[in-house]
Write a protein that binds this ligand. Sequence first.
Ligand SMILES: NC(=O)c1ccc[n+]([C@@H]2O[C@H](COP(=O)([O-])OP(=O)(O)OC[C@H]3O[C@@H](n4cnc5c(N)ncnc54)[C@H](OP(=O)(O)O)[C@@H]3O)[C@@H](O)[C@H]2O)c1
Length: 227
Amino acid sequence: MKPYVICHMLASIDGKIDGSFLRAVTGAGDYESTGAMLKGDAWVCGRITMQQHFADNAPFISASNRPAGPQPVYVARRSQSYAISVDTIGKLRWSKNNIDGDHLICVVSERVPEDYLILLRKKKISYIVTGKVSVDLVQAIKLLGKHFGIKRLLLEGGGHINGAFLEAGLIDEVSLLVVPGIDGRTTIPAVFDGVNSSIKKAVQLKLKSVEQRKNGTLWIRYSVIDQ
Ligand SMILES: NC(=O)c1ccc[n+]([C@@H]2O[C@H](COP(=O)([O-])OP(=O)(O)OC[C@H]3O[C@@H](n4cnc5c(N)ncnc54)[C@H](OP(=O)(O)O)[C@@H]3O)[C@@H](O)[C@H]2O)c1
């Protein structure tokens, strides 16, 4: 069973997602408290977001550089809630097997070094190895449902992992907090970024609800119309 995927993001009115830049126009805790209302049993982020906010500062350096190749799913434990990182070649170093109590699952490709997986097992961190060169997101989502019982997954950025989920047709809903601010910088990723430029039409959405908040923030929810 594929989990239901909600992409939950905060953005300026020009769709940029640098949270620290937008802090002055964002209500304290708004992103997190709104996310909690979506009642996910897991949340997932791309490698860059995980590095910025949650993983250890120093990256993992492999001693062997021997790719692990295909591997069975490793379930260190089942949990009520999960934090999931998508990290193609195992760059992120983790000292704990949870983020604020959410059990950590690392999703990596077959290029991940063997000694990275040994370290994860030692730390009782669960993992999924899927995809020869890059992570096979479609397969990863199926395995998250099958092995961990995840039913409702919050996709929480950044822009490039969101773009990849979108391209793979995995997103069911978008939950967007539009804060009253403008960014405008070209270097900052958008809510959905890095999508193949050969795609010629917008992904169609259906408005579910709009909530206007006191500080001028809008909480907009859309369903993704099947492609
Ligand atoms: N405003 C918000 O709601 C919000 C939420 C989250 C994050 N953010 C911000 O977003 C920014 C980071 O966004 P980002 O777009 O640069 O990075 P990102 O989406 O967090 O991470 C992208 C990385 O994920 C890994 N990845 C693995 N499989 C992938 C696949 N199939 N497709 C794409 N990526 C894959 C890649 O790592 P490898 O390079 O190792 O392959 C890729 O470089 C940060 O500034 C963060 O603070 C904002």
